[in-house]
Design a protein around this ligand. Structure first.
Ligand code: CU
Length: 235
């Protein structure tokens, strides 16, 4: 698993690891019982073995133990899912994500650009191509150690928004806005993908993600605001 870059991603990773530990513990017990039966209860003669009808305590154990296992998995999954899908009321930064065949647009509705067609700071780009590689990909810039809200919409077919080290995906559905929030924990440059087969160039629908310090973010967003206002006014 990639190192998570959000608090929510860390919770997902811990839940996944806990599930593996629990599955391995159950597996070891089951393999042990199988080996024990194979080694110590081999067929020794043609005499039919001693017949037993039922054993109430063991039958109850067979029923109760799986219920406990499901209950434990359910408890931790429900607890972590509630945390991961929680939407704190006042995110530091809001990003409107628009998916289309075959790229993404990122808008920052808190940062206005009156002269631009979208009226917000907007990052555009294009898909990966053999000629341009990753150089045309749209860039999503967000600050570290802050809460980011993503609003997901699609203008054509169903896409899915996936920043790999978020350990999280969410579908981008036309006519059905989706939302989620994360708290970033570190800086770095990562890759994002579409993870819902959406057509011929689905696999080229990549984007770059840069998590920077809040000071760098503020500098970057104000520079974008000024540059996009100037470009809009010139048209
Ligand atoms: Cu897509």
């Amino acid at each position: 698993m990639p190192v998570p870059v959000t608090k929510q991603g860390q919770v997902t990773l811990t839940l996944w690891q806990g599930n593996w530990v629990a599955a391995m513990a159950v597996g070891v017990v089951v393999w042990g019982l199988i080996l024990w039966a194979v080694i110590f209860h081999r067929k020794r003669s043609d005499r039919p073995p001693y017949q037993v009808r039922y054993n109430l305590p063991i039958e109850m154990l067979y029923t109760v133990v799986p219920f406990i296992m499901v209950g434990v998995l359910f408890f931790f999954t429900a607890r972590d899912e509630n945390y991961i899908t929680k939407m704190p009321a006042h995110p530091n930064v809001t990003v409107d994500v628009i998916g289309y065949q075959w790229s993404w647009q990122f808008q920052y509705p808190q940062y206005k650009v009156p002269a631009s067609p979208t009226r917000d700071v907007t990052m555009n780009g294009g898909p990966w191509t053999p000629a341009t590689g990753n150089s045309q990909l749209p860039v999503l810039v967000i600050p570290s150690n802050e809460t980011i809200q993503f609003n997901l919409t699609s203008v054509d077919v169903i896409h899915s928004f996936w920043i790999v080290p978020f350990e999280f995906k969410r579908d981008v559905i036309p006519g059905h806005p989706n939302h989620f929030e994360v708290t970033t924990t570190r800086t770095g440059t990562f890759i994002g993908r579409c993870t819902e087969l959406c057509g011929l160039y689905h696999s080229r629908m990549l984007f770059k993600v840069r998590i920077v310090t809040p000071a760098q973010f503020s500098q970057w967003i104000h520079a974008q605001q000024a540059a996009q206002q100037k470009a809009g006014s010139a048209q």
